[in-house]
Design a protein around this ligand. Sequence first.
Ligand code: AMP
Length: 214
Amino acid sequence: MRIILMGPPGAGKGTQAEMVKKVYPIAHISTGDILRENVKTSTDLGVSAKRYMDAGSLVPDGLIIDMMESRLGNEDARAGFMLDGFPRTVAQAEALDELLDKMGVHIDAAILLEVDDEIVVERLTSRRVCSACGAIFNVIAHNTKVENVCDECSGTVIQRDDDKESVIRNRLSVYHNETAPLVDYYEKRGKLRRVSGIRSADGGVLSCLESLKN
Ligand code: AMP
């Protein structure tokens, strides 16, 4: 199974991907996670990407496409994958199609998690993540038992710099300008599936995958 999870920042792609992983043994490839790891370890890619990420802008296509070419070549991606946060521009989608063509495989579905901007702003400003294991919390809906301490690993729980409101507004406008055209791209190719991002954690993507199998 090869799928793309699409949707604005804060649509719940990461949460849905975690649920899918428990049922389907496919690689979860999040460009945001790979980039954050590169920033943390100060690789050349991380140093180049950081200023774009801090501003909520997109990292240039060339860097992302090279990074994904290398990631999709990994052994664990052979059995299938779920792309989270990629592609984010039409140029990235075209590069992905070329790459998959060379690999002799194709995308089964691009699943769009739909959610309104104001809900995104509320969700993301209340989102917190564990700086050690990446577990996701929410100060309104699902806070840590002990303030700022991860329930899973006792790591420090923080607010991502790009989850501050001004940055979120910029990420949303980047989404509408650069990424929303991909809805058309995948719709024209008969790959688009729409799922509500409002009913969080209710198996929306999982039921969509079930229907794809039938
Ligand atoms: P995310 O965790 O997916 O919201 O990604 C965090 C940040 O990483 C984004 O705001 C972008 O700066 C950068 N990023 C992640 N994926 C991509 C991509 N496919 N193309 C360009 N920039 C990306």
